[in-house]
Write a protein that binds this ligand. Structure first.
Ligand code: GTP
Ligand code: MG
Length: 222
């Protein structure tokens, strides 16, 4: 299981060629498709077999948004209840969450409220959340209407997408939207600080912490 300092973005990855680093988490019930969603995004691949995640894992992907290179460190959490203590320990440093349910599984939808409460309890106040109804390719097995998903998202104050890791529907769009809303929120509460030089001599602007524990980014991050 990978370990990081929860307060700061790790700087030990070989790719130092980025402007900012965002830590994101994917959460939701077991089998909703969190690992598949990340696998599709990071590796553009999909597997129909189900290997339930043990604890937590992450992948890194660097994206270009506007004129900045943003390194995303995306944490894929285990949905199974028995890992909850481990996974919630990772919430605090996250700047964004993808809260996922499965449109073919009512229980996973009914659990969304509880996941939202977990975010409120364990994360920073200004963490951004996108709610995703995954498996929209399986429309014949659908039990949660799109409108029902949207209504709950509205009620919770989250943006909403339906997506499919299998058919590659709205996967990249969800990540891009999350990056964009993080950028907007962060630049609303900036407190400019020159980032320290990295070992490579470059000065990537990692998310740093304000005194109240919220991340700070240099102005006009995106
Ligand atoms: P945990 O690790 O236990 O929390 O589960 P998970 O949320 O990571 O689920 P995972 O990605 O392992 O997917 C569970 C099952 O759903 C697998 O059999 C996947 O192939 C399938 N699956 C994932 N995404 C989709 C999708 O978009 N459409 C369909 N039809 N199946 C999917
Ligand atoms: Mg998984």
């Amino acid at each position: 299981m990978a370990q990081v300092d929860h307060r700061f973005s790790p700087r030990d990855s070989s790719d130092q060629n980025f402007d900012y680093m965002f830590k994101l988490l994917i959460i939701g019930n077991s089998s909703v498709g969190k690992t598949s969603f990340l696998f599709r995004y990071a590796d553009d691949a999909f597997s129909g077999s189900f290997v339930s995640t043990v604890g937590i894992d992450f992948k890194v992907k660097t994206v270009q948004r506007h004129d900045k290179r943003i390194k995303l460190q995306v944490w894929d959490t285990a949905g199974q209840e028995r890992y909850r203590t481990i996974t919630t320990a990772y919430y605090r440093g996250a700047m964004g969450f993808i809260l996922m349910y499965d449109i073919t599984n009512e229980e996973s939808f009914n659990a969304v409220q509880d996941w939202a409460t977990q975010i409120k309890t364990y994360s920073w106040d200004n963490a951004q959340v996108i709610m995703v109804g995954n498996k929209c390719d399986a429309d014949d097995e659908r039990v949660i209407a799109t409108e029902k998903g949207r209504q709950l998202a509205d009620q919770l104050g989250f943006e909403f997408f339906e997506a499919s890791a299998k058919e590659n529907v709205n996967v990249r769009q969800v990540f891009e939207r999350l990056v964009d809303i993080i950028c907007v929120k962060m630049s609303e509460r900036v407190d400019v600080q020159a980032p320290p030089p990295s070992s490579s001599g470059q000065t990537p602007g990692t998310a740093r912490l304000l005194a109240d524990g919220t991340p700070r980014l240099p102005q006009k991050c995106c």
